[in-house]
Ligand binder design. Sequence first.
Ligand code: FE2
Length: 269
Amino acid sequence: MAGLTVKPLHPSIGAEISGLDLHKPVDAATKAELGAALSEHLVLVVRDQHFTPAEYLTMADAFGTPMRQHYSQHNMPDYPDIGIILHRDGQKPAAMWHTDHTNRERPPKATMLYGLEVPKSGGETSIANMRAAFGALPELEQRRLETLTTLNSIDTHRTDVLPEDREKYGKPVSHPMARTHPEHGSKAVYFHITKAFQIEGMTPEASQEYMSGLLDRMIRPEIVYTHTWRKGDLLVMDNRATMHRAHGDYDRSQDRVLWRLIIEGDRPH
Ligand SMILES: [Fe+2]
C-alpha cells in the first residue's frame, strides 16, 4: 500500500509510522509492510490515536491475533484480552528489563501499549534492541548463549498471582537464550530475568547472577529508545528481539493508564 511513512526515532531502535488509518481494516500489503517495519525497527509508534476497547481489539488485527494475558485480575472485565496497566490497586511498575510472557510455550511476538492517560512527566517506557546487544557481545559469549536455555514459569516471587493463573501458566517452559528472529533471521538475547527461574545446567543462584551481569553489560544508551508518552500514543514492540522496562518516576497522583495487548507468536528457536 502507498502512503506509509517510517521515520526512525533512534539510531538503533524505533520508528514512527504515519499515513496509517487504524480505524479502517488494514489490507494484506499494509500488514506485510507493518510486519517488515516491526522486524527491522523493533518498536513502532503511531501517534494521536483514539480507540474504544472494541476498536483497539479490532485494530490489533493489523499486527496479528491477541492472546490472553496471565494476570487475569488486570484484564478488562468486558474485554479480557486487554490488560490494564496502572500503578494503583497493587500494580507495580515493571522496572526491570524483561520481555513479556516467557512462561508461555509460544510467547507473544509483540506487545502493544495504548496511552489512555499519561502523566505530565516521567513514566516513560524504555525498549532495548537485544539483536544489537547480541551482536556486541564477544564471540565466545555469543557461542555460549547459543547453547543455553532458560526454564520459565509465572513469577514465583510475586504474591499477586491468582491460583487459577498459576495453574494455567505455571508449568515450566524452556526457551533458548539466543533467539533467532523468525522473519529477520538475526539472533537476539532472549530471557525474562524473573520468569526464568533457572538456566538449565546451572544453579538458580548462578543463573540469576549470570543474567543480571549480562543485563549490566548489554544495556547501553546506544541500544535503548525511551518513549515519552503522549495521550493517544500506540506503541508496538517486537518481543522476539527486544527487552523493555517501565519508569516509575512520576507523580503518582497523576494517572498513567496504558491498555496492553499481546499478539500470538511462535515457539522460540
Ligand atoms: Fe512487560
